[in-house]
Design a protein around this ligand. Structure first.
Ligand SMILES: NC(=O)c1ccc[n+]([C@@H]2O[C@H](COP(=O)([O-])OP(=O)(O)OC[C@H]3O[C@@H](n4cnc5c(N)ncnc54)[C@H](OP(=O)(O)O)[C@@H]3O)[C@@H](O)[C@H]2O)c1
Length: 261
């Protein structure tokens, strides 16, 4: 992962201590970039992330340095605007990492704003290959565009200029492809547990489904009773779900949507 070419010295301040702050912080550092400070409202959270990143932990807004090159707000969506109003960074580049929040919420923080949205599901405990993650970038300033492109390209081989409107659509699509799919795994696991079957029985099916969708395209990859118009099997399943108030309507609605395709 480590690039051999020399990296210009940029000072980066990372705000947040969650999934994205940790994963992105590590990716930046592994690619030779310098995290100067890690900010979190919680002193322990700031210290826990700052240590491996060899950064200074700060838990007070007033302690955030004013002269860094880039400020990354990797905090929960609702907190981005709240935090932006507290930062007074003149023309320093301030970006957030959200898929669904517009760039304009950063306006109170600086005249130079942007977005660095990694199109991937990130958790603290999962290592990911950042070189393959599409990084959706946006900035309102010329200098911001230059810096953001340089920094994003250090981390990933796929950087895309995307507007806030386009990014919101990508995010919506990602909610279906990842969040909802994962919730369906949760339901599948719950059903398996009724007969004490382990979730791992579904592992090969889950992996093949994902590979097939990426290789054949999701429309061609669709199988199952709904696409086959197999009403008998559908009725049997609905009977089995008779007492499941939550899952029955989901089954019906998804089957209807599949049939329409
Ligand atoms: N996880 C993903 O898969 C993913 C992928 C792409 C983009 N994103 C985006 O990246 C951002 C961070 O997501 P995440 O998954 O890293 O979230 P997360 O793990 O839940 O972490 C959220 C962070 O927000 C901070 N926070 C919450 N309220 C705050 C406030 N009022 N002021 C300051 N900080 C506050 C928390 O700080 P404390 O340490 O103080 O509690 C925590 O560090 C979000 O915009 C999300 O949409 C996430």
């Amino acid at each position: 992962m480590q690039k051999k070419t020399s990296v210009p010295y940029y000072r980066i301040v990372l705000l947040g201590s969650g999934n994205v702050a940790l994963q992105l912080g590590q990716a930046l550092r592994q690619n030779g970039l310098h995290i100067a400070q890690v900010y979190s409202r919680n002193k322990d959270h700031a210290a826990a992330l700052a240590a491996p990143l060899k950064a200074t932990p700060v838990s007070s807004i007033s302690k955030i340095e004013k002269n860094a090159d880039l400020y990354i707000l990797a905090v929960k969506d609702d907190a981005i605007a709240v935090l932006a109003k507290k930062l007074h960074l003149k023309d320093k580049l301030v970006v957030h990492t959200s898929g669904s929040v517009g760039m304009e919420v950063l306006k109170p923080a600086s005249s130079s704003t942007g977005v660095l949205y990694p199109l991937q599901t990130l958790s603290k405990s999962r290592k990911v290959n950042w070189r393959k993650i599409p990084l959706c970038i946006e900035s309102n300033s010329k200098s911001g565009k230059v810096l953001l492109k340089k920094i994003a390209s250090r981390v990933s081989d796929e950087t895309l200029w995307i507007t806030s409107e386009e990014r919101k659509l990508l995010h919506l699509s990602a909610v279906f492809a990842n969040n909802f799919t994962n919730h369906l795994y949760v339901i599948a696991e719950t059903l398996l547990k009724k007969k004490k079957f382990p979730f791992r029985l579904l592992h090969p099916l889950i992996l093949e489904t994902a590979l097939k969708a990426t290789e054949l395209g999701p429309v061609a990859a669709q199988t199952g009773p709904a696409i086959r118009h197999d009403e008998k099997t559908i009725k049997k399943h609905l009977k089995m779900l008779a007492s499941e108030k939550e899952y029955r309507p989901l089954y019906l609605s998804l089957s209807k949507s599949i049939r329409k395709k």
